[in-house]
Structures are given as structure tokens and as C-alpha cells.
Design a protein around this ligand. Sequence first.
Ligand code: 3PG
Length: 208
Amino acid sequence: MADAAAVLNTSPVIPVVTIDDPQDAVPLARALADGGVGIIELTLRTESALTSLKLIANEVPEILVGAGTILTPGQADAAVAAGARFLVSPGVTPALLTSMLSLDVPVLPGVATVGEVMAVLEAGLDAMKFFPAGPAGGPSYLAAIGAPIPQVRFCPTGGISLATAPDYLALPNVACVGGSWLTPAAAVAAKDWDRITGLARGAAALSR
Ligand code: 3PG
């Protein structure tokens, strides 16, 4: 099993993917893998998300697929049962953190304040999602957190694009960034997998 550091090191960008139609799951995952991006955070924001998760986990082994938008302990359990190899939450509550930590997969809890970073660190984790990265303060905010708390590595997500990703990736406490820009809804609706492969290629080429 990969640990959280290995999850963060998989790719410069973790695509945050929302899939409505499970028939799109496998071709979309393959399109990302073809572009050199071997990881997906699949959000649990659609009714069929767990079906899509299962399909990717079973049919696209070259992709490390995790579940995002985990809000409750029940969702964490269901995601792992469906094949999620890591879990991502937009924020943390004590109950959610305890429940995610009881499961046998790496977790990236979402944090946006210094106190939240300290609480998650206290629970024994040093890898976190910084969300929503842009509105919460962007690269300068993360750089400031790195002064008193240099041991935490972040995956900032929320409001990041190919153009702004390098500002985050240049920071020593940023391992990778997350973003939905690799899988635009219009490209998925049009089944334009080549476009997604091209966007993945651009993301995979980012240096960190
Ligand atoms: C997330 O859940 O992490 C965000 O919705 C992704 O943010 P973005 O759409 O601004 O990339």
C-alpha cells in the first residue's frame, strides 16, 4: 500500500475528477494515464461515483484511484470498499479524522488554517490537502505556514490552473497540486479523450 507521501509524489498534479456517467470512467482514466498522469481523485459528488470508482480500480490498474469529497465516516467506508486506494476530504472534523485513520489507506485531510494543520499533525499525519487554495490565501499563505511548520507537505487544491500551478510547486512544502482543469466538463461530455490526454501531458510536464 502506498503511504500518503507516495500518493503526493505520484504526479505534479492530482486531477480532481467528477464523473456523471460511469461509462466515461474507464476511457477518462486511460486518457489521463496516456498523458502521463497516474492518479485520480474521484469526487463523491455524483450518485454513480462509487460505480465509476470501482470500474477504474478494477479496469485501469495503472491509475492510483482515490476518493475525494469525503464528508462522512460512511462515505469513507464505502469508498474504500469500492476500491479507493486513498481518501481526500475538503476539511476535517474529529469524527471524520478518526474514522478515516481507522481504514487501511492513506488519507489527505483538507485544511485551510494553521489550527487545522496543527490538529491534523497532532493526529499523526504530515501530508494534507490545502483547500480551497486560491481563496484561502494562495502560495504566499502556504509559504507563511511553512515557517513555523516546515514538516507538513501539502497538495493545494481549489482555483489552481496550469498557469498558476508553478507558483505553488516552487514552494518547499508543496508536493503536488490538485485541480479539475485536466478534465473539463465539456471535454468529458464530448468524450474528447485526446483533449484530456493533452491536458494531462501538460500537467505531467510541470516541474517540482
Ligand atoms: C476540489 O474539490 O478539490 C475542487 O473542487 C477542485 O477545485 P478546482 O475545480 O478549482 O480545480
